[in-house]
Write a protein that binds this ligand. Structure first.
Ligand code: ATP
Ligand code: MG
Length: 212
């Protein structure tokens, strides 16, 4: 499956979730190709840290931040892998637009904040454009850094009702220190010790919801 984690909004947790998804799939025995589709090299650095420490499974990672190259490389090499996970930058980029022309599914992380919900319009518009060219594909909105109390989660989820092309996937990820610390060590939270059972359960639910 080719999965793109993308949004026009920066800092919503795209790289964090993409890294966790790629590693979770590799831990489940899948041959995974992780693509850093951003000029920022965060995903590449995380997998390099992992490789330097000899952590297995090794995650094959390439960087194609230009849309035409991304498309060409995935077409040429993507078929050799069970899963391709593409992390694209937080803006309207050629890599994001290119990925939308061939991805099997799009994951759109969002945080329960107004600035995030205001950006639903622009990513929904890009999905609409891509679907008019190639037909329907699923675009799943994932609540990331969910609050543990209050009504902001619910309000952000309700804001999605105006954007029917973005389907809310009921697999929220909480704001958890273990997730950010693990990422900084090149790890999925599934591999991180001390084990954060709640974070692991959330990531597993996300995986099970995407790869049904
Ligand atoms: N669920 C989470 N819990 C705690 N911290 C998180 C979580 N998700 C992301 N973060 C932290 O939020 C920050 C932004 O995350 P990340 O870099 O993954 O976002 P991004 O959408 O890829 O950003 P960009 O648009 O710059 O590529 C990072 O410091 C990351 O560790
Ligand atoms: Mg990123």
């Amino acid at each position: 499956m080719i999965l793109t984690v993308g949004h026009t909004k920066g800092g919503v947790g795209k790289t964090t979730l993409a890294l966790n998804i790629a590693i979770a799939r590799a831990l489940a025995g899948r041959d995974v190709w992780f693509i850093n589709g951003d000029r920022q090299e965060t995903a590449l650095i995380a997998t390099t840290i992992r490789a330097e420490k000899g952590i297995t499974p090794v995650i094959a990672c390439a960087q194609y931040s230009d849309g035409a190259t991304l498309r060409q490389q995935v077409k040429q090499t993507g078929g050799k892998f069970d899963d391709v996970v593409i992390d694209v930058g937080g803006r309207d980029s050629t890599a994001l637009r290119s990925a939308l022309t061939f991805t099997d599914a799009l994951i759109v992380p969002f945080q329960p904040r107004s600035f995030d919900t205001w950006e639903f319009a622009s990513i929904s518009h890009l999905v609409e454009e891509a679907q008019s060219l190639r037909g329907e594909f699923p675009a799943y909105a994932i609540l990331n850094c969910a609050d543990s109390t209050g009504t902001d989660n619910e309000e952000a989820i309700n804001a999605l009702l105006d954007y029917p092309l973005l389907k809310y996937l009921d697999a929220p990820i909480g704001r958890r220190k273990s997730i950010s610390t693990a990422g900084g060590k090149g790890l999925s939270v599934l591999e991180y010790t001390p084990k954060d059972a709640k974070a692991c359960a959330e990531i597993q639910t996300l995986i099970d919801s995407i790869f049904i």
